[in-house]
Design a protein around this ligand. Structure first.
Ligand SMILES: *Cc1c(COP(=O)(O)O)cnc(C)c1O
Length: 464
């Protein structure tokens, strides 16, 4: 009798774990679990963090960064590319460049570099962070830095300065002005093509203003010190074909450019690897994506009769998003409409401020309770932010999100998953709400990377 009860209990517990989509590698939730008291647990090797205890101690809203997750994702990515290069007999080499714009926080960038990532920067200010990193003398100067974005004079002089310090800094030429200006540049350069192709992704690219058209490139022909052909299609590309189709097209262009530029050795296929934000549908795995990229590159090069180029990917979200969660407390509930029993759960932060893509690109998130996870009675809710803006909400695209009932819990915190990419740099101060605190969880310890802003802190930013 007693034994049976325990078995049933355990089953039930795993049932909750499955229900909240935790512990599943295909959804990048393998580090997450439910503790015995129905609380969200994050594991890092044999260390573990009880998220409910953390927010009780440090307050909410709060972002929690897990640098070890970032580290593991970068390591896996590089190892998987190298493994398929070997298995499939691809002759080129692989370089991973972390797109810093995904998250410039030190605890994202340093673990990536430590695991062998090179960098891709989008502005002079991001490159300045690389300079800081190098000056601290902690890293091998052999790392390569790709420089995207419009090249102001300030940007170019920083590129030249760092090149002088022995770093391999590769400016990517994006227009005729830069082409002219960078003729004087002594190191290798790249050039960006705006491929005439569309893929299923967030960004429909109807008016792409980045890089040269294929025609323009072929007309330009010879470019001094050209080592790299670069393109970037979109973010969150939703099928593997969205990678292989542009890749084939780019390789044909590569072959054409190579005739006049024998030093052209690298094809940089940009960012865009997606992650399963929603945790509902099947999504391609990183492994199958990488397999198909290497396989397609080899097949296409052999068909074209060209030497296999070295390959670069600049995936940002792919490594950064799963390394952070954002926690809110539910401060009150309201009826969506009196009839349908659906509730607004009002959080103590703001989607428009802290998770701006919720509003800007209708980003969907996976949301789980931080406590009360074993609650069996759930109700359908939408989340409302604390700003006065009617757009400050998360409705999962009109679906409802099942959450425990407030009357069944003493308090309720919720965690938004995969918030590590882009949200921090986009964050704002609508209604002068304070930004969330930022905690770093690593080696079993918690560090406060950004304390919660006081009214004074926020006021100061507006001249008060
Ligand atoms: C934004 C960007 C990336 C990173 O994109 P993800 O979708 O985060 O992988 C890479 N390269 C370029 C040029 C970009 O603009």
């Amino acid at each position: 009798m007693k034994k049976n009860q325990t078995v049933r209990k355990r089953k039930k517990k795993n049932g909750f774990k499955k229900f909240w989509r935790l512990g599943l590698e295909e959804f990048n939730t393998q580090n997450f679990d439910i503790g015995p008291d129905g609380e969200l647990i994050v594991r890092e090797g044999n260390y573990q963090y009880n998220v409910h205890d953390l927010v009780k101690k440090y307050g909410s809203p709060t972002e929690i960064v897990f640098p070890t997750i970032m580290e593991n994702r970068v390591r896996d990515l590089i190892e998987t590319f190298n493994a398929y290069i070997k298995i499939l007999g691809y002759k080129g080499r692989f370089y991973y460049h972390y797109a810093m714009k995904a998250n410039q926080t030190k605890e994202f960038v340093l673990p990536a570099v430590a695991e062998g990532a090179n960098l891709d920067v989008a502005s002079a200010n991001e490159l300045y962070l690389v300079k800081r990193m190098i000056e601290q003398d902690k890293f091998n100067r052999k790392i390569r830095v790709i420089c995207n974005g419009p090249k102001t004079e300030k940007y170019i002089s920083l590129i030249e300065e760092l090149k002088g310090k022995g770093l391999i800094v590769v400016p990517i030429i994006e227009d005729y002005n830069e082409l002219e200006r960078l003729k004087k540049f002594k190191g290798e350069v790249g050039i960006r093509v705006n491929l005439d192709i569309k893929v299923q992704a967030h960004w429909d690219k109807k008016f792409n203003r980045y890089g040269f058209t294929e025609e323009e490139l072929l007309k330009i022909g010879k470019v001094r010190n050209l080592s790299t052909l670069h393109y970037h299609i979109s973010k969150q590309i939703i099928t593997i074909k969205g990678f292989t189709k542009p890749l084939k097209r780019a390789l044909r262009l590569f072959a054409g450019m190579k005739e006049k530029n024998p030093g052209l050795m690298i094809l940089d296929i940009g960012g865009g690897a997606g992650i399963p934000f929603e945790k509902k549908k099947h999504f391609y795995s990183g492994k199958s994506l990488i397999h198909q990229i290497v396989k397609t590159a080899k097949k296409e090069c052999d068909k074209l009769g060209i030497r296999h180029p070295n390959l670069i990917v600049e995936w940002g979200s792919y490594v950064a998003a799963p390394a952070q969660i954002t926690i809110y407390k539910i401060i009150t509930e309201k009826d969506v409409s009196v009839k349908n029993h659906k509730k607004w759960y009002v959080v103590d932060g703001s989607f428009m401020n802290d998770l701006l893509d919720t509003w800007a690109i209708h980003q969907k998130w996976h949301v789980v309770p931080v406590n009360c996870m074993n609650s069996r009675k759930l109700q359908p809710v939408w989340f409302a932010g604390s700003s006065c803006d009617s757009d400050d909400k998360y409705t999962a695209g009109g679906d409802y999100i099942p959450m425990p009932r407030l009357e069944d819990c003493d308090e309720l915190f919720v965690a938004f998953f995969d918030t590590g990419a882009y949200q921090d740099a986009l964050a704002s101060h609508h209604c002068l709400l304070s930004s969330p605190a930022k905690l770093i969880a690593q080696n079993g310890e918690i560090k406060v990377a950004r304390r919660r802003e006081t009214a004074e802190d926020v006021g100061r930013q507006f001249g008060w």
